[in-house]
Design a protein around this ligand. Sequence first.
Ligand SMILES: Nc1nc2c(ncn2[C@@H]2O[C@H](COP(=O)(O)OP(=O)(O)OP(=O)(O)O)[C@@H](O)[C@H]2O)c(=O)[nH]1
Ligand SMILES: [K+]
Ligand SMILES: [Mg+2]
Length: 452
Amino acid sequence: MQNPAARPRDTIAAIATAPGRGGIGVVRVSGSALLPFARALCGREPAPRVATFARFRDADGGAIDEGLVLYFPAPGSFTGEDVIELQGHGGPVVMQMLLARCVELGARLAEPGEFTKRAFLNGKLDLAQAEGVADLIEASTTAAARSALRSLSGAFSSEVTRIRDALIDLRMLVEATLDFPEEELDFLERADAFGRLAAVRRSLESLLDRARQGALLRSGLNVVLVGPPNVGKSSLLNRLAGEERAIVTDIAGTTRDALRETIQIEGIPLHIIDTAGLRETSDEVERIGIARTWREIERADVIVRLQDAGAAADSADTAAIDAALPGQVERIVVRNKIDLLGQAPGRIEADGMVTLQLSARTGDGIDLLRAELLRVAGWHAHGEDLVLARERHLAALRGALEHLAQAAQRVHALELFAEELRLAQDRVSEITGEFTADDLLGVIFSRFCIGK
Ligand SMILES: Nc1nc2c(ncn2[C@@H]2O[C@H](COP(=O)(O)OP(=O)(O)OP(=O)(O)O)[C@@H](O)[C@H]2O)c(=O)[nH]1
Ligand SMILES: [K+]
Ligand SMILES: [Mg+2]
């Protein structure tokens, strides 16, 4: 747990509403013993936890704005400290004046995520819940928002805590037997220690699976459209996006800059990237565009490699592209323009490689591509129990599972068995922040927005 002496005590303030003009703007202040602050600002002490009308005053007693003041005495507040919220008129100038007045009264400007960080340090939220706050604000789909709310309300944390507790029970059992070396295996078998280890592994695997699905919801996938010029990459982007985003012409080398368009399939954000067609060229601008294509390919989660359905499947240009593409990235081959050949849409799987036949122009077969994108993304969960995981959570869950796999192989060396259980427990505890380095906290909270 955190050292209480290390708790921050200075007063912080920030505009908590989004920048720009709005009907209402909120300045949030957190610190200790804020009543004198409120008296100086509002001319009187607001009652706790009720909305009080007030005139916000400058140092000379002149009005800056009028609105509502809310006062949450410690520890019954978001941060666990005294919190004051000033609801004024949502203009950027008046909000800045109100914020400046708070600074004049001794507050300093809050860093990004500092309110939530204080809530964490004061034990109001664990780390996974704090991340849920940021993820809810940043959620780009309704499914992502629902999962973030589940994390925020502690559903993810309590699942993690249950697994941690099962590991602690198991460790206690194993460590208790270490003193009786003759009977230890017998004793552990009677206590079903190995059955319990298998059960913890199953719970971790299930959580990791749902966390992986959640990670997909959170950040989506980069899907890069590549191929020779004129095969219809830009047409396919437009078809997937449902609008004319990219320029389409019959001139080879039309697309230069990579163009990115985010679409949703079953709530999963997919970042579709149209690129410059790959070929040898002496055109300087096109060459720069092609260099950008390769940069996008490096960042791809899925590559959709297009070819003209009328061209030979193993034509020299597509063969050269295939040879240069990274082998470990998921790849879908699309034979486009089947309308010109009068062919029906279709899906062919051979040697683990899926080829789709479709027409970007007519839209025939586009559903096959959508379904294929979900399939290669590994999307299969639809339930309410998704976890909006971050890479850090996935790494911790994977690490814990590795230690448990090691433990399962060490049942004849019980000290090592116990040690692997301890390491697994540490990894699981990283998620809720019981066991987390300070520099990691800095990284996590600095990515929040100001005022949160
Ligand atoms: N008949 C037919 N024509 C298509 C289809 N898809 C694209 N085209 C045409 O093919 C030509 C090239 O399409 P683009 O989408 O610009 O191709 P691209 O791959 O983006 O080309 P570059 O940006 O130059 O690399 C245009 O004239 C499109 O109208 C299709 O499915 N059927
Ligand atoms: K073109
Ligand atoms: Mg193009």
